[in-house]
Design a protein around this ligand. Structure first.
Ligand code: 3H9
Length: 693
């Protein structure tokens, strides 16, 4: 077994190297290794100074997240940090890549810090629902000002080496390989050319006004500010005697480890990465150097923007000259938006837009390696487009559809190369939303699937593999649980209350506000398409149809469930109450009241039911894939981990009981999925299924 920590002597200085791929996380072997190395070097009277550096792509990226929730094995990281700080020989940390969380905390207790150009340092623990737990909140404010401490500890975003130097977090920036820098810097430390300080001995003063205003800001966010507030409480302890302050931080860290936020956010962290584990992972992705997009509407333009931002040349095909102008304008505006959000530099704007061609000439796609179709959602239209692409595109080109629910196998039937056809389902706005559903047809080749995943990585998106069914993973589940909101509204819940209850649960927006934002006409068209397929036992709510029949499609027409006023405010559309009352009378429904908790329970249970079916049928590979779809494409509150992570918190047996109770009102809608019943019977969880698959 390779040793995770080794040390070397170079005359009277020594270097300690941590080599724990992939990201040098501070797992047990690393922690023990550092302590052993220090024990050996401290008693070596030859050694005058030590440098600590890492092999591989980064300095220590933090505690080993996989160890959280398991019994901790000594030495724990706070003790390792104290041990480093107490070493009688000066130690310099050499930072490269990202020094994050426990990694930065290791560096903060070294006696000097030197970073490679391009390195970043940060305390991202809040993104996991935690706070720095190895002295970060106590040592950082001894090196930098209160504003920087608050920003780093409660915001979690890393800062550049340049900013870290300016703010006192590090002592120097150098060029060069970490191993070589380690030898050079240890010598400078030995010779007093690099100043050595014991961080805990540096006096600390906190700016009370800045702390108070941060506290007020986080308190105003209610539950959404809880994680940052807890981290801030640790910072506030920094002025106490150091050991007392460290004990406070530790207690808060342990409290955070047990929190629901940590459970959900940790799950979300691993979900983002777990979805890359697909059966086709070993296939070699095809090379993509030029991409075509068919259709320059909002979706096609968003897809083109995303591709351009990733550095790819893009040809967009439109039907008529005025549509060419619209697409060019939309993409230009999208890219300008990226500049103002800091996603694209002003200097790179011209080159990026220079890679765009918008034309009506489909023959220009002859050299494309990938073509993504984003035209009207009709099988007839898709067949026409794919038939043409089959004639024009070179052998080996991938033909992708951005359809949100149509059958990929039926689309592939239009071409002589079904193995090259795949679904690449982007979410609107496509240049912003991180989710990409990669829909795999019966004949899709493995290397085409691998290319879909490689493309997502290039676009900095999260790809999730989906099987073929109406709506794939996300839209299929959405179609099911969206009905629950209509049912509650018809049974007496105020739709504004439903929106508010779900925002309280953590959704960015309530479902009726989302409907208005995305356009009620979309759901209307979808309901008309599904009408012939709708089972006779299915309960139908006609309110949304009535709103559309009046020409109100939501935000774009200024009126939907809500009326949107020029000053940016919104009020309820009075017509909706009339439509609801008429339908209640026609159907003999006596409205009743709902609590916010009941609204959330019903909505989430409906979501879990269909999510379970999607896993049961193999449309999603694992429960965690469903969670990733909802976290990255549907705004599911990240701290709740996704619908099936949340389902484990409720428990399968409780869910089964709930569904059976609801089924008394509507036995067709509320049915217990077989898989959920099995989990309840076996007393197992979706998390267990994730491990099995
Ligand atoms: C902490 O430090 C608490 C302390 O204050 C107190 C303790 C007492 N642990 O992201 P990638 C895995 S909390 C375990 O694709 P990149 C990751 O799952 C921690 N595993 O690479 C993946 O595995 P797989 C604070 C980790 O180059 C592989 O490494 N630190 C950890 O795109 C590659 O990851 C953080 O929150 C970890 N800490 O990005 C930093 N980190 O291949 C979290 C990664 O099996 N990490 N893995 O799927 C990151 O932000 C990014 O991984 C990083 C590299 C920027 C470092």
């Amino acid at each position: 077994m390779t040793q995770v920590v080794t040390f070397e002597k170079h005359g009277d200085i020594a270097t300690i190297c941590i080599d724990n791929p992939p990201v040098n996380a501070a797992g047990h072997a690393m922690r023990q290794g550092v302590v052993d190395a220090l024990d050996a070097l401290e008693v070596d009277s030859d050694i005058k100074a030590i440098a600590l550096y890492c092999a591989g792509r980064t300095f220590v990226a933090g505690a080993d997240i996989r160890e959280f929730g398991k019994p901790s094995q000594p030495p724990v990281l706070p003790d390792v940090c104290n041990r480093i700080e107490a070493c009688s020989k000066p130690i310099v940390a050499i930072l490269h890549g990202t020094a994050l969380g426990g990694g930065l905390e290791v560096a903060l207790c070294c006696h000097a810090r030197v970073a490679q150009k391009g390195a970043k340092v940060g305390l991202p623990e809040v993104h996991l629902g935690l706070l720095p737990g190895s002295g970060g909140t106590i040592r950082l404010p001894r090196l930098t000002d209160t504003a920087t401490t608050i920003k780093m500890v409660t915001g979690g975003a890393p800062i550049s080496a340049e900013e870290a130097l300016e703010k006192g977090v590090i002592d120097r920036i150098v060029d060069g390989d970490p191993a070589q820098t380690a030898v050079e810097m240890a010598k400078e430390l030995r010779d007093g050319k690099l100043n050595a300080r014991v961080t805990r001995d540096i006096p600390v003063e906190l700016d009370a006004t800045k702390i108070a205003s941060a506290r007020a800001k986080f308190s105003a966010k209610g539950a959404g500010g809880a994680v940052a507030l807890r981290a801030l409480r640790a910072v506030e302890s920094a002025t106490k005697p150091v050991d007392e302050a460290l004990a406070d931080e530790r207690a808060l860290f342990i409290e955070a480890l047990a929190s629901e936020e940590h459970h959900g956010l940790k799950h979300a962290f691993f979900a983002e990465r777990a979805v890359a584990n697909i059966p086709e992972a070993k296939a070699t992705a095809r090379e993509i150097n030029a991409v075509g997009v068919i259709g320059g509407g909002t979706m096609g333009s968003g897809i083109a923007t995303s591709l351009l931002l990733a550095g790819l040349p893009v040809t967009v095909i439109e039907m008529a000259e005025e549509r060419v102008a619209f697409a060019t304008k939309t993409i230009t505006a999208n890219l300008q938006g990226a500049v103002s959000r800091g996603k694209l530099s002003e200097a790179a704007f011209d080159a990026t837009i220079g890679r765009l061609v918008v034309t009506t000439d489909m023959q220009t796609l002859a050299g494309a390696d990938l073509v993504i179709e984003a035209v009207f959602e009709s099988m007839e239209v898709k067949h026409d487009v794919f038939g043409k692409l089959d004639d024009i595109c070179k052998d080996g080109a991938i033909l992708a559809s951005n359809t949100s629910y149509l059958n990929i196998d039926k689309i592939a039937a239009a071409v002589k190369r079904p193995q090259d056809v795949i679904g690449l389902h982007f979410f609107s706005p496509a240049h912003v939303m991180r989710l990409l559903e990669v829909v795999v047809g019966a004949e899709t080749a493995d290397d085409v699937v691998a290319t879909g995943f490689a493309l997502a990585k290039r676009l900095r998106k999260v790809a999730v593999r989906a099987g073929v069914c109406d709506g794939f993973i996300g839209n299929r589940i959405l179609a099911h649980y969206a009905r629950s909101t209509g049912y509650m509204m018809m049974d007496g819940a105020d739709y504004e209350q439903i929106d508010n209850a779900l925002v309280e649960f953590g959704a960015a927006m309530g479902p009726f506000t989302v409907g208005d934002l995305s356009g009620l006409d979309i759901g209307w068209a979808e309901r008309k398409r599904r009408a012939p397929l709708r089972p006779s036992q299915e309960r139908y709510v006609g309110v949304a149809d009535k709103i559309c029949e009046a020409g109100d499609f939501g935000r774009k027409t200024g009126k939907g469930y809500y009326v949107y006023w020029p000053d940016g405010s919104k009020t309820k559309n009075p017509n909706v109450a009339k439509y609801i009352a008429e339908e209640q009378v026609a159907k003999g429904i006596t409205p009743r009241s709902f609590t916010n908790a009941e609204i959330v329970d019903r909505y989430i249970t409906a979501m879990i039911v269909e999510s379970t079916r999607v896993v049961e049928e193999g449309i999603a590979l694992r429960p965690i894939d469903v969670d990733a779809v909802f976290l990255f494409g549907y705004g599911f509150p990240r701290h709740r981990g996704g619908p099936l992570c949340y389902a484990d918190r409720i428990g399968a047996a409780n869910l089964v009981e709930r569904i059976k109770t609801y089924a008394h009102e509507d036995p067709f809608y509320w049915q217990v999925p077989k898989l959920l019943q099995k989990l309840a019977d076996d007393n197992t969880t979706f998390a267990d299924l994730n491990k099995e698959r």
